[in-house]
Design a protein around this ligand. Structure first.
Ligand code: CP3
Length: 371
């Protein structure tokens, strides 16, 4: 079997939703579905460090499959992290228990870029383990559902590389945007080109959709977003398409998640560069309607407040019903508005997934009767 021969797909709901086709029920996957809320993940992470799991294709494959075995999900997402990119470029990143990612030597001044980043590094070499994990996982999934690849977007990566850890204000990273504008663009451009290669390699290895995570928009102004995020999101979407066509690889649906960029969503939709726009839970139904009007082809993803998973099953069902009424059942992928938290109940996760399937099917059946 060559690396591009994969088992036939048994569930292509999410791909059909991306093409705007009529589907029997709304597809669903959950951001951070492979992770610490699963006891079987905790078992693996008690035996191996986080980056060891990322770097070992058989372990990354196992963790990717865990949620898909347990729940009726319509997509799997490869187990990895956005911060494998700064690592691949030469920076040290540690995953500190109960704290999250930590860079012992973050970038302080622009001169640190040359000192700490090796521009000669290639994604195809440094991140080969991700691509091997994708090929192995796609085979092991045996067509159960499509596999999603992903990357962090340049501004989110740059802000981690400067802040060194999570930050409420991002003031160190924002200082760069205001005081070292040229050097910030140089770094963002370098990251954007690396992200293009990383996404193309994931698609070449078997990823059937890709998602770009721009998680740190809450601290940007609309103007900063335009100049330092939007530009690079577009550069990546264009660059990936061009590279795929050069390499004669098939195009796959491109999902962009610009969390908290409510001020930039209309512009993102209007570019026509993204197949799917993923929304956080702050987005109003009016905004959702105008996104649909702005670009009739656009597919929307989201956006249940993850904390809604703390509610009773009865209320959760009500929230799902409301969400489906706002988004409709076409050109829509159900998800949370951000990643699931470690203390969430697997029981409620199952209830959420099944409710999306059942209620959307009910809605489709009753629409057919009316027609
Ligand atoms: O979605 C999935 O299940 C696939 C795997 C995945 C992880 N991280 C695994 C992970 C994905 C898609 C990510 C993306 C990611 N990583 C983002 C973008 C999405 C978002 O949440 O905004 C960001 C900002 C990161 C950086 C990162 N990695 C943080 C902030 C943390 C610690 C806090 C947290 O949310 O878990 C991580 C660690 C991490 N990445 C864990 C997992 C399962 C937990 C590690 C552990 O303690 O075992």
């Amino acid at each position: 079997m060559s690396s591009t021969d994969f088992p036939p797909l048994k569930n292509d709901l999410i791909l059909r939703a991306c093409r705007g086709e009529s589907i029997e029920r709304v597809p669903i996957w959950i951001m951070r579905q492979a992770g610490r809320y699963l006891p079987e993940y905790k078992t693996i992470s008690s035996q191996h460090s986080f980056f060891e799991v990322c770097r070992t294709p058989s372990l990354a494959c196992e963790v990717t499959l865990q949620p898909v075995r347990r729940f009726d999900l319509d997509a799997a997402i490869i187990f990895s992290d956005i911060l494998v990119i700064p690592q691949a470029l030469g920076m040290q990143v540690d995953m500190v228990a109960n704290e999250g990612p930590c860079f012992p030597q973050p970038l302080k001044v622009p001169d640190d870029i040359t000192k700490q980043i090796d521009r000669t590094r290639k994604a195809s070499v440094e991140l080969k383990y991700v691509y091997e994990a994708i090929t192995l996982t796609r085979r092991t999934l045996d067509g159960q559902c499509p596999l999603i690849g992903f990357s962090g977007a340049p501004w989110t990566l740059m802000s981690y590389m400067i802040e060194g850890k999570a930050s409420a204000t991002m003031s160190k990273a924002k200082r760069w945007l205001y005081s070292y504008e040229k050097e910030s663009h140089d770094l963002l451009n370098l990251l954007a080109n690396f992200v293009i290669d990383h996404l193309v390699e994931q698609i070449a290895a078997g990823a059937q959709l890709v998602q770009l995570f721009e998680s740190h928009c809450s601290c940007l102004t609309p103007d900063l977003f335009n100049r330092f995020s939007f530009t690079y999101l577009c550069q990546i979407a264009k660059g990936v398409r061009e590279e795929l066509s050069k390499r004669q690889l098939p195009s796959v649906p491109f999902i962009v998640f610009a969390k908290d960029a409510h001020y930039g969503l209309q512009d993102l939709a209007a570019t026509g560069l993204f197949d799917v726009i993923s929304l956080d839970w702050t987005i109003t139904s009016t905004c959702i309607q105008s996104l649909r009007n702005e670009n009739s082809k656009i597919v929307l993803q989201g956006n249940l407040d993850p904390c809604a998973l703390y509610s009773s099953k009865e209320n959760l069902e009500k929230f799902v019903r409301e969400m489906l009424q706002v988004f409709g059942t076409k050109k829509y992928i159900a998800n949370l508005g951000h990643g699931i938290y470690p203390d969430m109940s697997t029981d409620n996760v199952k209830w959420f997934i099944d409710a999306v399937h059942e209620i959307s099917k009910e809605m489709n059946d009753s629409n057919e009767e009316k027609a």
